[in-house]
Design a protein around this ligand. Structure first.
Ligand SMILES: C[S@@+](CC[C@H](N)C(=O)[O-])C[C@H]1O[C@@H](n2cnc3c(N)ncnc32)[C@H](O)[C@@H]1O
Length: 259
């Protein structure tokens, strides 16, 4: 909390901490706009093209809570204005908008599959994530009880298995480099699925969505979070769900993502 007597004082105080500040409008709007104009320009509506390198400079957020007080946070958990990354969307190729949360997850991870990688995509239909992984050049084994969108099923390097994700035995499958899972199921069931893969030791890179109905059960969230290296995030593109990232990169300490 910074007490200010004038806009000039506010400008000086924020610049003394760091350069990039995104304004979150809350109160004293006219005065806040004047202060915003004095600070280096930060676009909160910038659209990013995936894939992208994570910006390296910290991004702070600030607001005026009244004419005399700035509430400011110099480091968000993500280096985007208010932690929100907005992408240039593709309205034609993917079958739904689920690709956006995978784009965001991979951007934060700073690492993604590429040519030569084999990805298992559990709960793949209609195929937004499969489309992302295919676009990146990977080969994809897509698993779902429901069919893939026709356009996605026809892609080269995409193999579809119409069965339950829970029926897949890691050691009966060909070696995979990544396991992605967006299956609609209870987190308890998802935890057992992840444990099975971890215990098999056959894959080290995981991106999973934990989906909640009503009030989340924090005990199971804690169980996921207790897995060494697991990072649980609420992404800008997540709804009533969390995204788990677990790869050798997330095991590194310090890793920029918060626990
Ligand atoms: C949110 S959708 C997945 C969206 C997908 N990631 C995409 O990008 O298009 C959840 C999917 O989980 C699938 N699902 C539910 N139970 C499943 C199971 N036991 N095995 C495989 N898929 C399952 C549903 O059929 C549904 O397609």
């Amino acid at each position: 909390m910074i007490e200010i007597g004038s806009i000039g004082e506010g400008n000086k105080a924020l610049r003394a901490i760091q350069r990039n500040w995104a304004h979150y409008p809350v109160a004293a709007h006219g005065r806040a706009r004047l202060l915003e104009e004095k600070l280096p320009r930060v676009s909160t509506s910038k659209l990013w093209e995936f894939p992208l390198e994570l910006p390296s400079s910290p991004m702070g957020s600030w607001c005026l809570i009244d004419k005399q007080h700035i509430l400011a946070s110099p480091h968000g958990s993500r280096p985007f204005p208010h932690g929100e990354v907005h992408f240039i969307e593709d309205h034609m190729s993917p079958p739904n908008r689920a690709y956006l949360k995978l784009w965001e997850a991979l951007t934060l991870l700073g690492h993604w599959p590429g040519p030569g990688d084999v990805c298992l995509d559990l709960g793949a239909s209609p195929g937004g994530w499969t489309w992302v992984l295919h676009q990146l050049g990977a080969r994809v084994i897509s698993v779902d009880k429901a069919p893939l969108h026709e356009r996605i099923a026809q892609l080269d390097r995409v193999e579809f298995r119409q069965e339950s994700a829970f029926a897949i035995e890691p050691d009966l499958l060909e070696p995979v480099d990544w396991v992605f899972c967006d299956v609609a199921c209870y987190p308890e069931r998802l935890f057992k699925l992840l444990r099975r893969w971890l215990d098999s030791g056959l894959c080290t890179q995981f991106v999973f969505t934990l989906k909640f109905q009503g009030q989340p059960d924090y005990a199971i969230v804690d169980e996921f979070a207790a897995i060494p290296g697991a990072r649980l995030l609420h992404l800008h593109h997540n709804k009533h769900e969390l995204t788990l990232l677990l790869t050798p990169r997330t095991l590194l300490a310090p890793f920029f993502l918060p626990k």
